[in-house]
Structure formats: C-alpha cells, structure tokens
Design a protein around this ligand. Structure first.
Ligand SMILES: [Fe+2]
Ligand SMILES: [Fe+2]
Length: 223
C-alpha cells in the first residue's frame, strides 16, 4: 500500500513541473527523494516489522520445503545404487498408472490429481536420467541408447500434454492412459534389463558411487 501511494506522488509533481513553478520543482525533488527513501528503507514505520514477518514466513516455508526434500530423497537414497533408485521410481510411476486405470469418467478430480502426481514423478525421474545417467552413458560410448531413451522421454511428455488437452472426462481417457503406461513400462524394462546393467558393469566402484551421488543430488532439487 505504501509503495502504491508513493508511486502516485511523482505524477502530480510532474504536472506541477510543467506549470513552471520553481516551488513545485523543489517540492518534486523533495517528494521524489522521500519516495525513494521510504520505498527502500525497511526501518521506517511498520515496514520493517512487516518485512521481518514476511521473511520469517518465507524462512519457515523454505525450511519445511527442505525438510520435505530431505525426507523424499533420503528415502530414495536408502534404496541403494542409482539404478535401484531409478527402478524404484519406475515402480512408483507404474503404480500411479494402475490407480489411474482403476478410475471411471465420473472421477474427474481424482484423475486430475493422479495425472499431476504422475507428471511430477516422471518429471523428476526424467531430470535425473537426462542430467546424469544419459550423459554418463554417452561418455561411456553408449550414445545410441542414451539418444533413443531421451527421445522416448519426449513422447512421455507428449502423452502428458495429450491427456491434459483431452480432459479427465473424455471417453478415450482410459485408452490413452493404457497406451501411455505401455510406453513407460517398455522404456523402464529397456533401462532396467539392458542399458543400465551393461553400463553399470563397466563402472568402477568409485564411478558407480559418483553416479549414485549425482542422481541423489539432482533428485533432491527436483523433489
Ligand atoms: Fe528413462
Ligand atoms: Fe527411467
């Protein structure tokens, strides 16, 4: 509120200036400097207390978010190596698909919520793979697989886009979800049974620990 009132002040003083009044010009200068001072001085009147409270609120929110991230990623880190973490995420995503497939067209809200949950889970998962695992695969001369898998991530996003566009009450919603699940399941199997084991076999213990650490770190920010 204070800022809004102050931002109006120079307008009226501009009018004064066009009238050529020296007194008004002096007033403009003085108003302008007051306005600048009060807009950025947290110590004036109640502004400091308000800003302090806002900052405290933000700090609590920030801490709560950190706590949540630690909890989420801590649970994942307990799952073991990077490939076990990613496999657990595949299972979690497939379980969300199964809950989606158990809905009917009258459950629009539940469908929307589940799609949001799935979108977040797949987003975080894809980020960890695209920022850590696939680049590491390319470094290990597995670029063909990395590019193929990353290309499929694009189609996963396309399914999410299409489901959002068609809406939860669409008569073809379940059919689309079933198709989508089949792609994710096939993709996960390729990673878990072919690409990841072959890549892991070539890693030293130290390199393996490094990939796990990087996947955990990326997952923490995305959680
Ligand atoms: Fe993937
Ligand atoms: Fe994956």
């Amino acid at each position: 509120m204070a800022t809004r009132t102050q931002s109006r002040t120079p307008k009226s003083t501009n009018k004064d200036r066009s009238s050529g009044s020296a007194g008004s010009e002096a007033g403009r200068k003085s108003n302008s400097s007051n306005s600048e001072k009060s807009a950025f001085s947290f110590g004036q009147s109640n502004t400091g207390a308000i800003v302090g409270a806002a900052l405290a609120g933000a700090a609590i929110g920030f801490a709560a978010n950190y706590g949540r991230k630690f909890l989420m990623q801590g649970m994942e880190a307990a799952a073991g190596d990077w490939d076990q973490i990613l496999a657990a995420e595949h299972d979690a995503a497939l379980a969300i698909f199964d809950r989606m497939l158990a809905t009917d067209e009258t459950q629009s809200f539940k469908r929307k919520m589940l799609l949001m949950k799935l979108t977040h889970a797949l987003d975080k998962h894809a980020h960890q793979e695209e920022m850590v695992v696939y680049p590491a695969l390319r470094e290990a001369n597995e670029a063909v697989d990395a590019d193929h898998l990353e290309g499929e991530h694009g189609y996963i996003k396309t399914f999410i886009y299409e489901l959002n566009e068609m809406g939860p009450a669409s008569p073809t919603w379940l059919e689309k979800v079933r198709e989508f699940r089949a792609l994710v399941s096939r993709h996960a199997h390729m990673e878990e049974e072919q690409v990841f084991p072959r890549f892991k076999e070539g890693l030293t213990e130290e390199q393996n620990a490094r990939v796990t650490n990087l996947v955990n770190r990326d997952g923490f920010w995305m959680a």
